[in-house]
Design a protein around this ligand. Structure first.
Ligand SMILES: Cc1ncc(COP(=O)(O)O)c(C=O)c1O
Length: 470
């Protein structure tokens, strides 16, 4: 292939063109977003068929590959970055984070090693430090940049496992789990599936965990919790939740956490999205006491709107995180002295996934972050207030943060019909859920750009869909 610039760049013309095309197409995509339907026009099978061909013997020029990807993806990219997306608690890939993400790929740094990629380590340490401080968590906690809350929960639970077993005189790193002392596990009846999966990954089994009764908002009931604690035969691992996926509610941390500590247990908090409320002084009392826990999981790609994929595990006593995750071997004495990013994450080689979050936090500043979180909570209340007045709909939750769940008075079939109608109209995109044994329409407000007009359009679309379906 012919070299560009007399070969001085080390890149071929085709390589340069491919990078430019991708950059231009990415910007054009975001500029054109307001004119795009809220959901893909292409179905799954058709989209998959566009890519399922045998791998040819002969390769393609770089720019042809990029134009193929662009053409074949046409109509099959979901408008998840736009303020019309109300599904699944997704962020919107903030543009400044996207811009920084371009650099992440171009730089191609392996974030595993502080010595080899110092700028990345600098930015990642800054992000971890800021997140700890913004959320009011203990200074000096250990933190690792992982792919999201699923892995952050897993990492926190692994740290807890090591600490709780060590307190019972068992070195799990050396001995594994076979023959280890029991660790009772308590988790709320309305916990997200991610911490249950994490329990499985960590060898606890999801069914061994005792599910503690919750109230009508999905918060752990303190009386049931005390009873469950009394039944524990050893210091327990307790999984609490900051932000129930349907209601957005918070467990009563101030009441529960001291009870666990009195019994020598460990509290891990799944705060995938809800923990961000702690960064807003006016709202932080909704999570009062959460800072007393031992470990926390929080996403960056949800409420911070970082591009996928990024989350943080935070552990009060860093040594437990390092012992559980360092690929260098937990019992090496230098592990805690020579700080390596890979000591706090399950991966060794890793994308520099903290860089986009560094950019977003620098861009927003404390004020911008607080404004965004508070605005989303205000918008959730606005949706609830509007739909509570609409005959035919019922709002099923109190507004604790950014989540609203609603159902049709006519029952589950009508709820699903209305949701399908709204999605098919493709102006906005809420998603589905289940609550108290019933189908619900779930509205998550977490896109950085979302404003009153966007949620008003959502309400209008829901109201019109209900009329069509009745
Ligand atoms: C409360 C809660 N925990 C954990 C997760 C899993 O997070 P992730 O998808 O980033 O792994 C989610 C995702 O929606 C969540 O809402």
């Amino acid at each position: 292939m012919r070299q560009a610039d007399d070969g001085a760049t080390g890149l071929t013309e085709s390589q340069l063109r491919a990078m430019e095309m991708a950059g231009e197409a990415a910007v054009a995509y975001r500029k054109n977003l307001p004119h795009q339907p809220a959901r893909p026009s292409l179905g799954l099978d058709e989209a998959v068929a566009r890519f399922s061909h045998p791998l040819a013997d002969a390769g393609m020029p770089d720019e042809s590959v990029i134009s193929h990807i662009l053409q074949a993806s046409e109509g099959a990219i979901h408008k998840m970055t736009g303020p019309s997306f109300f599904g699944y608690v997704c962020g919107g890939s903030h543009p400044v984070g996207v811009a920084a993400d371009f650099l992440v790929s171009a730089w191609g740094q392996n974030a595993a090693s502080a010595y080899e990629s110092p700028a990345i380590t600098g930015m990642e340490r800054a992000v971890c430090g800021w997140v700890i401080e913004l959320l009011g968590l203990p200074a000096g906690s250990g933190a690792g940049l992982v792919t999201g809350a699923s892995l952050a929960n897993t990492a926190g639970i692994l740290a807890a496992r090591n600490a709780l077993l060590a307190r019972q005189g068992w070195n799990v790193e050396a001995m594994g789990l076979f023959g280890a002392p029991e660790i009772p596990v308590l988790i709320g009846a309305e916990a997200h599936s991610a911490p249950l999966a994490a329990l499985r990954y960590a060898g606890f089994g999801s069914e061994r965990a005792q599910r503690v009764a919750t109230d009508d908002q999905g918060r752990i009931d303190p009386a049931a919790f005390r009873q469950a604690l009394d039944d524990c035969s050893a210091p327990p691992l307790v999984l609490l939740q900051a932000g129930q996926i349907n209601t957005g509610a918070f467990d009563p941390f101030a009441e529960l956490i001291p009870l666990v500590h009195e019994r020598g247990g460990w509290v891990h908090v799944d705060g995938a999205f809800g923990l961000w409320l702690a960064a807003v002084p006016a709202l932080a009392d909704r999570l009062a006491g959460v800072q007393a826990a031992d470990s926390w999981a929080v996403d960056l790609h949800k409420w911070l709107n970082a591009p996928y994929d990024a989350g943080v595990v935070i552990v009060r006593e860093r040594r437990w995180l390092v012992e559980a995750l360092s690929a260098r071997g937990a019992y090496l004495p230098d592990v805690t002295q020579h700080w390596e990013p890979s000591d706090s994450t399950p991966e060794l080689s890793r994308r520099a996934r903290g860089v986009p979050s560094y950019a977003i936090l620098r861009h927003l500043g404390r004020q911008g972050l607080r404004e965004m979180i508070a605005r989303h909570c205000h918008l959730a209340q606005r949706v609830a207030d509007c739909l509570a007045l609409t005959p035919g709909f019922r709002v099923l939750n109190q507004i604790h943060s950014n989540q609203v769940i609603l159902a049709c008075e006519a029952g589950d079939a009508m709820t699903m019909k209305v949701l399908e109608q709204v999605q098919a109209r493709a102006k906005v995109y809420p998603s589905h859920g289940e609550w108290a044994g019933h189908k619900v329409i779930r509205v998550s407000i977490s896109n950085y750009a979302m404003q009153e007009d966007d949620v008003d359009l959502l309400c209008t679309e829901l109201e019109e869909a209900l009329i069509v379906c009745q």
